[in-house]
Design a protein around this ligand. Structure first.
Ligand code: FAD
Length: 393
């Protein structure tokens, strides 16, 4: 048996997801990309087979099978369809505020619906004027008796219009910088909440990305997540935990492109032999496979760290490194896959141009690659490496 980092139980669940992805999602992937329509049939498939449950603890109606397996599931789906992989990633992202900052009443009320897939979730941090610099947000939440009144807007929110539950960050004290930000749960049917428009995009076309508008949107005070002023810290903790979901999506795209390019290179002949036997193409394939495996190593290490109870402070760097490497590998590998297919790589009859368009977003959302580098360097600067200094001079 080939060496496998997963336990037998994890391998069985991976096989289940792999089979669903190959048989039920892959045949839909090109159509999802072309139609730009959110794939509700994929959501239904996840509901039927309990796939949303992979992201949740047993006490909240999930499988309790851990972070590593959830990442593997996202990777498997993304090998054939990045939009469908993202549905799982964002279900995790949108419900992490509840998991990390919700009261037991809030968790009991909302998490089982997210675990079954009855509710889709979203995370709304970014605004038109504040992406990387998210603390510069302008949306406000004013306390008024037993409720808060939200005013402002959010931009580029995944699952806009399809989610029924949004974790929204707003300023309860606009003068207090980071410390003036709080988090709220907003249900989609709340008066004063509206999805103003959806963005046409380069890739992940079946996923909705939209602008949310809050106009005197009254939210019960019991929907605040944590204390007033703790929202920014919560937003960052959520990203530490959810970035690996983007990394898993990126790795899936990269491995899907590698597998496709390999099969193509075996059968396409030039100058009397399969192109896979031309050394320059063989070298590309070798580099692609090696990059995927290296990225997988970092990603699975992160999954194991969470499952084995690593300190939360250690996760920040591990998460940023996994996202950085997987995103960059996805872009490099998919670009090479297009090259290996030559002219056929550039046309829509073959999936590699879709893989390449889908890969790009993994270098941008949930913190750009530049931001990941800032995070990693900041964490490095906190570490003590006295042995290096001791060896000098
Ligand atoms: C398809 C899509 C889906 C998204 N989904 C969500 C979502 O569900 N929820 C959500 O809240 N947001 C979402 N986003 C927003 C996304 O996270 C932001 O677009 C991203 O964080 C970058 O912010 P920005 O676009 O404002 O770019 P900017 O912050 O304006 O950055 C522009 C450029 O400057 C660089 N830069 C910025 N600051 C620095 C710095 N200090 N040092 C070095 N370089 C820097 C950036 O890396 C980038 O290259 C989504 C975006 C897209 C396109």
């Amino acid at each position: 048996m080939p060496w496998d980092p997963l336990t037998e139980e994890q391998q069985e669940l991976r096989e289940l997801v792999r089979t669903l992805a190959r048989e039920r999602i892959a045949p839909r992937a090109a159509e999802i990309d072309e139609s730009h329509e959110f794939p509700w049939d994929v959501v239904e498939l996840y509901r039927e087979h309990g796939l949303f449950g992979l992201l949740f603890e047993q006490e909240h109606g999930g499988t309790g099978t851990g972070t590593l397996l959830a990442l593997v599931a996202i990777e498997e789906v993304s090998k054939v369809c990045a939009t469908s992989g993202l549905i799982l990633t964002v279900q995790g992202l949108g419900s992490l505020g509840l998991k990390l900052g919700g009261s037991s009443e809030q968790q009991a009320r909302y998490l089982p619906r997210c675990a079954s897939g009855e509710s889709l979730a979203a995370y709304a941090l970014t605004e038109a004027g504040s992406g990387s610099d998210s603390a510069a947000m302008r949306t406000t939440a004013r306390r008024d008796g037993d409720s808060y009144v939200l005013d402002g807007s959010k931009r580029f929110i995944t699952n806009a219009g399809v989610a029924s539950l949004y974790t929204v960050f707003a300023k309860t004290d606009p003068e207090a910088g980071h410390a003036g930000i709080s988090a709220f749960l907003v249900e989609a049917d709340t008066p004063g909440f509206e999805v103003a428009r959806l963005e046409p995009k380069m890739g992940i076309s079946g996923s909705t990305t939209g602008e949310l508008v809050f106009d005197g949107c009254r939210v019960p005070a019991e929907n605040r997540l944590g204390e007033e002023g703790t929202g920014f810290r919560l937003a960052m903790r959520i990203l530490d935990r959810s970035r690996p979901g983007v990394a898993a999506q990126a790795l899936g795209i990269a491995q899907g492109a590698t597998d496709y390019a390999l099969e193509y290179a075996r059968s396409r002949e030039t100058m009397g032999k399969p192109i896979a036997e031309h050394q320059l193409i063989a070298a590309k394939l070798a580099d692609m496979e090696t990059m995927c495996e290296a990225a997988r190593g970092l990603l699975y290490r992160y999954g194991r760290m969470v499952d084995e109870g690593a300190d939360e402070r250690e996760l920040t760097k591990a998460s940023a490194m996994a996202k950085l490497l997987c995103g960059d590998v996805a872009m490099q590998v998919t670009t090479e896959a297009v090259q290996i297919l030559g002219g056929y790589g550039y046309i829509k009859e073959y999936p590699v141009e879709r893989f390449m368009r889908d890969a790009k977003i993994t270098q941008i959302y949930e913190g750009t690659q530049e931001v990941q580098r800032l995070v990693i360097a900041r964490e490095m600067l906190k570490e003590t490496r006295a042995f290096l200094l001791a060896g000098v001079g």
